[in-house]
Design a protein around this ligand. Structure first.
Ligand SMILES: [Fe+2]
Length: 297
């Protein structure tokens, strides 16, 4: 589990532009090849006013404007995992700008789990076919001249992948900033021990590797941040730094997870994100509805 199935090329330095979504504390990224106009969009956000059942695209439109203003070409729309706290805007961005949608192959496990929880019919395919590409551990893909290597880093969810490109890695919810620690591991299919091992694997990347978070909550009142390094995480991460051992981490993570409420947007997020960000099919009246499973989560 500790070996990394590829060699990093630190001479490649992707240009990374971050977009922070304040309502969900999510950071989306445009990752550009410095040698061409090619880019990828990582973990985009679709806006929802859940109380009103209203979906809008202000955040995604900012990303689209940035891409158009800079004349970029979208090659990939990447989901680091199936998010439980925000809705993906990947299909919306794809409809405007093109690009292929990619996620980890264990999306099928997530689809199976939540297909049951939401009592989806047989028209909901559990084979990941809503995506253009399902990544396996050690897979790679191109953003122009950049090669992106994909590492399976489960624990937060079964489908979590870390995307490593040149001197940068997009860790999804595997790690938070050093003072934020780590993400919860108690969603269906999550596991604290597995998460610890995935984090250790990320931390075997070179110390100078730039790490980009999917979330930041500004602990202790500090400003929002999203970029750190492997070395900083090893030295300072409050959950896994200072050589914290596996059992200590697991005990801490499980005790902490037992105190956490469900994310506010988990119900709409999973129903939409397990469909690659598509809304559920229209009902007989031609309108779209989301379900709330009573005592189902
Ligand atoms: Fe997440």
């Amino acid at each position: 589990m500790s070996t990394i199935p590829f060699a990093t090329d630190f001479s490649l330095k992707p240009e990374v532009t971050a977009f922070f979504d304040a309502p969900t504390n999510t950071i989306s990224y445009v990752v550009k090849d410095p040698a061409s106009k090619s880019c990828a969009v990582v973990d985009s956000v679709m806006d929802i006013d859940y109380a009103a059942g209203r979906i809008t695209y202000d955040g995604a439109d900012q990303i689209i404007d940035f891409i158009r203003d800079n004349g970029l070409e979208v090659e990939w729309l990447i989901e680091t995992h199936v998010h439980a706290d925000h809705l993906s805007a990947a299909p919306y961005i794809q409809s405007k700008l093109g690009g292929k949608l990619g996620i980890g192959e264990n999306i099928t496990i997530v689809q199976d789990t939540f297909g049951k929880i939401f009592n989806e019919g047989t028209e909901f395919q559990r084979d990941g076919s809503q995506f253009d590409r399902l990544f396996t551990d050690g897979d790679s893909y191109q953003i122009g001249g950049l090669t992106v290597h994909v590492m399976h880093t489960p624990g937060h969810t079964p489908a979590c992948m870390t995307h490593v490109v040149g001197d940068a890695a997009f860790v999804g919810d595997t790690l938070f900033m050093p003072d934020g620690g780590s993400a919860r591991a108690d969603f269906p299919g999550g596991d604290a021990r597995t998460l610890y091992r995935s984090i250790q694997r990320v931390l075997t990347l070179p110390r100078e590797t730039r790490l980009f978070m999917c979330h930041d909550y500004g602990p202790n009142g500090r400003d929002i941040q999203w970029e750190t390094t492997v070395g900083d995480e090893i030295d300072h991460n409050i959950h896994v730094g200072h050589g914290t051992d596996e059992d200590t981490f697991v005990a801490m993570r499980e005790a902490r997870d037992a105190t956490l409420a469900m994310p506010k947007l988990i119900i709409p997020s999973l129903q939409i994100n397990m469909r690659a960000g598509q809304l559920p099919p229209k009902d007989k009246d031609g309108k779209t509805y989301l379900k709330v499973p009573v005592n189902g989560l």
